[in-house]
Ligand binder design. Structure first.
Ligand code: DX5
Ligand code: ZN
Length: 218
């Protein structure tokens, strides 16, 4: 059972951000998940290009940016220039999603699409083979430390089947409410990449929690 862990710094201690990023660098984590929120697409605000650029100067893991913003087409190049490696936009925020995905890839980044809990998997069918990543939200986006939405297991299984049927190479990523008690069952259901925020950054030993998560939790 092998899968990737992408700690989300949303609930990290921003007064010690260098220390938090260096903890992730030294840990068994695979990516660094950056939750970018505009206060419009979701009822919360986070950080922008300046902080991403600063993180990039010390990060030794790929930067995985999750854009919870309206009209992300406005900023694709800025995110690439700030050092983002994987850029995920929300299906619900894009009018011309196919063109957006093509632009993300032309800028040299991996392209992902995130879908909210209410958005059905089948809407991704025609674009799935263009994607490197599908981020299936397992909470309603905007905040860390929320409860996992159990219906997500069904969506993961539907997505895994659709990826196989279309021949897509997209990884299945989930985000929100992942912890020691559900990660193994979720990995068995087909998840390739786990975004984990509060479970990691609320722990006394975050790097130890990341290692345990990599080994199946519990
Ligand atoms: C929520 C964000 C998630 C969050 C992680 O909108 O997309 O990445 O920070 O959630 P928890 O804290 O539940 O792991
Ligand atoms: Zn996220």
């Amino acid at each position: 059972m092998s899968y990737l862990i992408a700690p989300s710094i949303l609930t990290a201690n921003f007064l010690d951000l260098r220390k938090e990023v260096e903890m992730v660098n030294e840990s068994e984590a695979d990516w660094i998940h950056l939750d970018i929120m505009d206060g419009v697409f979701v009822p919360n605000l986070t950080f922008g290009f300046h902080i991403i650029g600063q993180i990039k100067t010390i990060a030794r893991k790929p930067l995985d940016a999750h854009l919870m913003i309206t009209d992300p087409d406005r900023y694709l190049e800025e995110f690439r220039n700030a050092g983002v490696n994987k850029l995920t936009v929300h299906y619900e925020a894009c009018t011309h999603l196919h063109r957006t995905i093509r632009q993300i890839k032309s800028l040299g980044m991996d392209a992902g699409v995130a879908i909210n809990p209410h958005t059905p998997i089948y809407l991704l069918e025609t674009i799935l083979t263009e994607l490197d990543l599908v981020l299936n939200m397992t909470v309603n986006p905007g905040f860390g430390a929320q409860s996992f939405i159990e219906f997500s297991y069904h969506k993961i299984r539907v997505l895994k089947k659709l990826i196989s049927e279309t021949g897509s190479k997209a990884l299945i990523q989930i985000d929100g409410g992942v912890d020691m008690t559900n990660i193994r069952q979720l990995a068995d259901a087909g998840v390739d990449v786990f975004v984990v925020g509060n479970t990691v950054f609320s722990a006394d030993d975050p790097a130890g929690v990341i290692s345990k998560l990599k080994q199946g939790g519990k």
